[in-house]
Design a protein around this ligand. Structure first.
Ligand SMILES: Cc1ncc(COP(=O)(O)O)c(C=O)c1O
Length: 446
């Protein structure tokens, strides 16, 4: 029994009780919400009010790509807040112009002009509207195992069960199958041809195919080589655009700047948030090709927010990208990511409840199973909107008792640490995960 196990739980402190009473928890039955107060975060670790320290093995919500001590970003926020904390979107600031230019530089191909917002879901809303305005068509094809955000347009194109309470959602959204070799009967390359047939049967009335190039919260699904380029070809054959949602996969997580770079594919529209500021400020971005940008010279871009291009947020974004570049964090993620992949494979060899491991760079998923031959999951998709805890949650809780925070989604543990993590820190976290996986091993069907 670890030192943490043997201690008597102190119960919620005053801040946690006050928060519990006055603030809604997200995506939760409120009776199950019990927020933990964080008092400090440094490097790849954070500390809670009861003095416990955790390795942040999921970068909070797969967004703290720079870790918790990015001085340059913190300074940029401080300086901009003092210089001009806010100006309306019809004015500009140095950071807004320079960040627009930087995004054109680090994104692939002719992606060159950005609309700024404040979150991933807003970046997706803008992408949907731009695709509809540009093509003059209305329908958006997305996939079942996907998450694109909580606002109405984004939740309507989301495939995971979080969408169900908001259905029927906005008109014109259609769901397609996913490249999920472990849990689906459809071969990934067959599933992409099925999408071709879908667009034909829709009579070429589809504005865009919207995908996460590497699916994030729905299980870290990496498509086979050739899948994404074929999807782009299918979209273009039917007069539709390809939108890549890079909100989670972007900014170095995969060892490349963006998930689509892993496959050498340039989308027509790309959405970003999370790692764009390393999560130091809320900022979303939707970048389009110069061809699409040109369309809006003579057609109104009928979209905007009070905080579009918020000076403090874009200052954080610019400093974050400079930090990725100056500290070679993208290359680093690729190198350290290899080590992380090897260590996860060792876990898989030692734990029969690990059914599948997937991922690239510092973006990895560990899918659990009760029964390896039959591939029976511990957590079902419906559990995402159900009450209570699953064995997968218990694995995460045990890892936390051993000093490592790792997010679990449905049936998969999501490993997405800050890109600054060292091999020694990975070893520490893997040890905690090892203890967690003993719980799922013990719960397997015999
Ligand atoms: C791929 C993807 N798109 C969009 C979103 C929505 O981003 P936000 O929560 O910032 O609105 C998320 C959030 O996890 C995401 O993973």
């Amino acid at each position: 029994m670890s030192e943490r196990d043997s201690r008597i739980e102190p119960g919620p402190n005053e801040i946690e009780r006050t928060d519990r009473e006055h603030v809604f928890g997200t995506w939760s039955y409120q009776k199950e919400v019990s927020p933990t107060q964080v008092v400090d975060a440094d490097g790849v670790r954070f500390t809670t009010a009861d003095g416990e320290e955790y390795i942040d093995f999921s970068g909070q919500l797969m967004c703290s790509n720079l870790g918790h001590s990015a001085e340059k970003v913190a300074d940029a926020i401080d300086e901009q807040a003092r210089e001009a904390a806010y100006v309306a979107p019809n004015y500009t600031t140095r950071a807004r112009a320079k960040l627009g230019e930087k995004l054109a530089e680090v994104t692939p191909g002719s992606l060159s002009k950005t609309f700024f917002s404040t979150s991933g879901t807003e970046a997706v809303e803008a992408a949907i509207k731009i695709a509809r305005f540009y093509t003059g068509k209305r329908k958006i094809v997305s996939r079942y195992r996907s998450y694109h955000g909580a606002t109405y347009g984004s939740i309507s194109v989301t495939g995971d069960p979080r969408r169900l309470e908001s259905e029927p959602g906005i008109p014109g959204t259609i769901k397609a199958p996913d490249p999920y070799a472990y849990g689906s009967t459809l071969d990934p390359m067959e599933s992409v041809e099925y999408i071709d047939e879908m667009l034909a049967l829709e009579g070429d009335t589809v504005a865009a195919i919207l995908v996460e190039p590497i699916v994030g919260s729905n299980g870290i699904l990496v498509p086979p080589e050739g899948y994404l380029s074929r999807l782009k070809e299918i979209a273009h054959d039917h007069g539709a655009l390809l939108i890549c949602d890079e909100v989670m996969a972007g900014f170095g997580r995969t060892g490349e700047w963006f998930g689509c770079d892993v496959f050498g594919v340039e989308p027509d529209i790309m959405t970003m948030a999370k790692g764009l500021t390393g999560a130091y400020q809320p900022l979303g971005a939707t970048i389009v090709t110069s061809e699409i940008a040109e369309h809006f010279e003579e057609n109104m871009l009928c979209h905007g927010h009070t905080y579009a291009g918020h000076p403090v947020a874009v200052a954080a974004g610019l400093a974050a990208i400079e930090t990725y570049q100056e500290e070679n964090l993208i290359e680093r993620a690729s190198e350290v990511g290899e080590y992380l992949g090897d260590r996860i494979e060792e876990l898989a060899e030692n734990h029969p409840s690990v059914g599948d491991t997937r991922g690239v760079g510092l973006f990895r998923g560990v899918e659990l199973t009760k029964h390896p031959e039959k591939r029976v999951p511990f957590g079902e998709r419906e559990d995402k909107i159900d009450t209570g805890t699953t064995v997968v949650d218990e694995v995460s809780a045990t890892a936390a008792e051993n000093g490592t925070y790792v997010a679990s989604m449905i049936n998969t543990l999501i490993v997405a640490p800050p890109l600054t993590i060292t091999e020694a820190e990975i070893d520490e976290a893997i040890e905690a995960l090892d203890a967690g996986l003993d719980v799922s091993d013990a719960a397997m069907a015999h």
